[in-house]
Design a protein around this ligand. Sequence first.
Ligand code: IPE
Ligand code: IPE
Ligand code: MG
Length: 255
Amino acid sequence: MRGDKDSIDPAAYGIETVPSHVAIIMDGNGRWAKQRGRIRLLGHREGAKAVRRSVRFSYKVGVKHLTLFAFSAQNWARPESEVAGLMELLMEYLSGERRELIERGIRFRTVGDIERVAPRVREEIARLEQDSSDGTEMELIIALSYGGREDIVQAARSFAEDVKAGRVDPSSIDIESFSKRLYTGAIPDPDLLIRTSGEQRISNFMLWQLAYSELHITDVLWPDFSEEDYATALRDYSNRERRFGLTGAQVTGSK
Ligand code: IPE
Ligand code: IPE
Ligand code: MG
């Protein structure tokens, strides 16, 4: 259960509305290392600390779903040593955080083409997914070997197979049933997308799911992303008016 000492009053940070689902494109590890004349992997290692900070802050402030873009389908094409280093860091994260996640009732899961991931990493993921599956306080979703286009294609393929086998009537395919076939399944769409390191692009993240997410782009490099930077993003979100295609008056109920 969530103890009092573990929660933060969002109002104390000037946050009026806490988004239910925050997704983060954690970018800038390589540049962080380069600025210091260090190897890229050191930036990733420092980035892992920012992951821990962000998970804790999300939990304390009451975010219900946190998705972290950790490794894209395209990142497989990076130098072999970098890919191996990233997978090693993931293993370290899984074993190092396992206890805290389970104790705090944080359910862990991944989205992406996990079949491409080495079996020993996959096994560790499956073990934590299983052991944290009772968690109801928060959901931590790691997008791993994930691509937004790949996600849409796999959902389309699964429909095509079911249609071909006569299990699905094409006319029954709609936005809701399509969403359910995505890697994210029943997870609600992100309310807020944060991207660090100043890049103004989606980089093949959740193309479908981000349709109406609010975007917050900060120049801060991921390893430097602090609780205060996170609070700034949440404050920014609080000040947005989400209209979903309606008029402002329709949304606020004013004339
Ligand atoms: C983000 O940092 C982490 C991953 C994509 C795995 P980068 O490694 O992309 O860092 P930059 O963009 O080169 O600075
Ligand atoms: C997006 O960052 C992927 C992750 C953060 C895991 P990239 O660094 O791969 O994206 P680009 O290449 O700058 O678009
Ligand atoms: Mg990058």
